[in-house]
Design a binder for this molecule. Structure first.
Ligand SMILES: Cc1ncc(COP(=O)(O)O)c(C=O)c1O
Length: 387
């Protein structure tokens, strides 16, 4: 194993430091997911962790190991996401100051969260690399400690405490599924589990490289240390698409009432997509729940549409009194619940005596959508399905 990789004793020491600081998060069984995956499925709810993600484990472990002198000089980090919030929170808990460097266009909700935990926030450059440079420079200039999000054995040991909890919470765990961004989370958990349960199957999950809703695991390449560890500990490293993440996120919220962010749902997405393999009980780490409410609305809408729970269709009706009522009566008879009606009186494909009507309906499922479209067509309405 990598010389710098933390061993079990270091992960256990991290747990002692985190005692009373980080939550021991619950492990929930899920009948819905167990049925869908034909094996017992368990969810490790790190979305309920302090600050809304597992990141406080690593950040606090790092800050708790600083000397008094280092603590005086404070810590710096580069992140517009969960790591930034976690470092801000952990610094406050440990009685030191934190400066978080974020890109100029960082979401204000994240900036405000870090500030609310008492951190100073510095806006720097267009992207993450500019923030990294600025944070490291500031650390050097002021003798502050730079807290890396994943490429640090002490941070990895902190994340590894999830592995210790899993081993105790689920004695017969067969497979553990973990999202991978920089790789600190998966490195820590897999080191702990390889030591305690050598036979467990360990699967890492990355987001597909395109623009993704899983910002916690987007763009980032695993670090050198984390990659070396994962090369030895993981049985498999798989990818999931944005649509798969969306489906998992929506299902998780609907069935388990757990709010997870894109990266947090990646493991579940891989399991639901049948990409995990192995047998026996599978535990999935729901790594975070910090999703912007406006993004959550879009994701829910997209996910519900994909599941056939929303139907948006456009049709043409004669421009005569009573025609709209006739159409809506027909839809009501088919148990489609109308949530929006839009009228277009002008359009290239319309006759002068026609009106285009776009209906947004809440439906039961995909079969119900098909039933409504077929019934309208049967009555002579030309139907174009928009979503
Ligand atoms: C919610 C969430 N899940 C997973 C990850 C991936 O963690 P790591 O970078 O340690 O692989 C992150 C990283 O920011 C995250 O915020």
């Amino acid at each position: 194993m990598q010389a710098l990789a933390p061993d079990l004793a270091e992960i256990e020491a991290a747990r002692a430091r985190l005692d009373g600081i980080a939550r021991v998060t619950p492990l929930y069984s899920s009948e819905t997911f167990s049925n869908r995956c034909s094996r017992p499925v368990w969810l490790k709810a790190e979305n309920l962790q302090r600050t809304g993600s597992f990141k406080v484990r690593g950040a606090y472990n790092r800050i708790a190991t600083l000397s008094d002198e280092q603590r005086q000089a404070g810590v710096v980090a580069a992140s517009a996401g969960n790591h930034g919030q976690a470092v801000a929170w952990a610094a406050r808990e440990a009685g030191t100051s934190a400066t978080i460097f974020v890109p100029l266009d960082a979401p204000m909700t994240k900036v405000e969260a870090a500030r609310a935990y008492g951190a100073r926030v510095e806006f720097e450059g267009e992207g993450f690399d500019d923030c990294m440079d600025a944070a490291q420079e500031q650390a050097q200039r002021h003798g502050a400690t730079f807290v890396h999000a994943f490429e640090d054995p002490v941070v990895i040991a902190g994340q590894g405490t999830i592995g210790l909890e899993l081993a105790e919470q689920l004695a017969d765990v067969g497979t553990v599924v973990v999202p991978v961004g920089g790789g600190g989370l998966a490195a820590g958990i897999s080191l702990a589990l390889r030591a305690l349960k050598p036979d467990v199957r360990l699967v890492g999950v990355q987001a597909s490289p395109e623009l993704t809703i899983a910002d916690g695991i987007a763009v980032k390449r695993p670090g050198e240390l984390t990659m070396a560890i994962l090369g030895e500990t993981l049985d498999d490293l798989v990818r999931v698409s944005d649509d798969e993440i969306t489906d998992a996120l929506v299902l998780c919220l609907e069935r388990t009432k757990l709010v997870v962010e894109g990266a947090g749902a990646a493991g579940l997405a891989a399991l639901l997509a049948g990409r995990v393999g192995g047998d026996g009980p599978a535990a999935v780490v729901l790594s975070g729940g910090n999703i912007d409410p406006t993004l959550l609305i879009s994701v829910m809408r997209h996910g519900l549409t994909r599941a056939g729970r929303y139907l948006v269709l456009s049709t043409l009706i004669p421009d005569k009194p009573g025609e709209l009522t006739r159409l809506l009566d027909l839809v009501a008879g088919l148990r489609g619940n109308v949530v929006a009606v839009r009228h277009h009186r002008e359009g290239m494909r319309m006759h002068v005596m026609q009106t285009e009507v776009e209906l947004t309906l809440v439906t039961r499922d995909e079969a119900h959508c098909g039933e409504i479209v077929a019934a309208l067509e049967e009555r002579g309405y030309p139907v174009e399905r928009v979503a």
